[in-house]
Design a protein around this ligand. Structure first.
Ligand SMILES: Cc1cc2nc3c(=O)[nH]c(=O)nc-3n(C[C@H](O)[C@H](O)[C@H](O)COP(=O)(O)O)c2cc1C
Length: 190
């Protein structure tokens, strides 16, 4: 798939087919992600690729924190019910990927590392799109970061940057509209 097409076609997918994604495919996507630029070429990323009961625990944790922020059952809108269903199961995705970076260093180093890992994560999502796979960049589960650290045994010297389910899409959501360039871009010297 051509790059511009992948950029436009990538969507946040919140409903997946149960089919397993081959390990070699995920390894290939991560290989592409690791071609992202990184500050000082430190390549400060680590990825956890999770399936099975640990992935289910991760989803359950996101489900709990999502439910906590919504009205009690019976008083929720259909959209809120849908969102909770997605959160509790990660949309039925067979695999989740968690990106980590070192959690130490002065603020400028931490910022540099976060930016580097974010670049790699964006590459990962685009490569997944090119493979016909769905993803959804998520930071919401980090509202319950302590629990995620416990579930995945992530030590405090690693920062959790982002999480995505990955799997074959079982929906084709319409692209959420983008804001126009007005007020977003300053052209200087043109
Ligand atoms: C930093 C970041 C955090 C996000 N966190 C969540 C999340 O916790 N849960 C979720 O369902 N979507 C999350 N999203 C997905 C956004 O809602 C989505 O990208 C946005 O609505 C645009 O839709 P699109 O990705 O289909 O273009 C996140 C996206 C980004 C970049």
């Amino acid at each position: 798939m051509e790059l511009y097409e992948a950029i436009r076609r990538r969507r946040s997918i919140r409903k997946y087919k149960p089919d397993m994604v081959p390990r070699e495919t995920i390894a290939r996507l991560l290989e592409e992600a690791m071609w992202a630029p990184s500050g000082l070429n430190w390549q400060p990323w680590e990825f956890m690729v999770i399936t099975g009961p640990k992935k289910d625990e991760l989803a359950a944790s996101y489900g709990r924190i999502t439910e906590f922020g919504f009205p009690p059952a019976g008083q929720r809108s259909p959209a809120q019910e849908n969102f909770i269903r997605w959160a509790k199961t990660l949309g039925g995705a067979p695999v989740a990927i968690v990106a980590l970076t070192p959690a130490y260093g002065d603020p400028s180093v931490r910022k540099m590392n976060l930016e580097s890992v974010s670049a790699a994560f964006a590459y990962l999502l685009l490569a997944a799109t090119a493979e016909g796979l769905g993803t959804c960049w998520m930071t919401g589960p980090l509202r319950n970061e302590k629990e995620i650290r416990r579930i995945l045994e992530i030590p405090d010297d690693k920062e959790i940057v982002a999480i995505t389910p990955i799997g074959y899409p079982d929906e084709e959501p319409a692209p959420p509209p983008r804001k126009d360039q007005q007020g977003k871009i300053q052209w200087i010297g043109f």
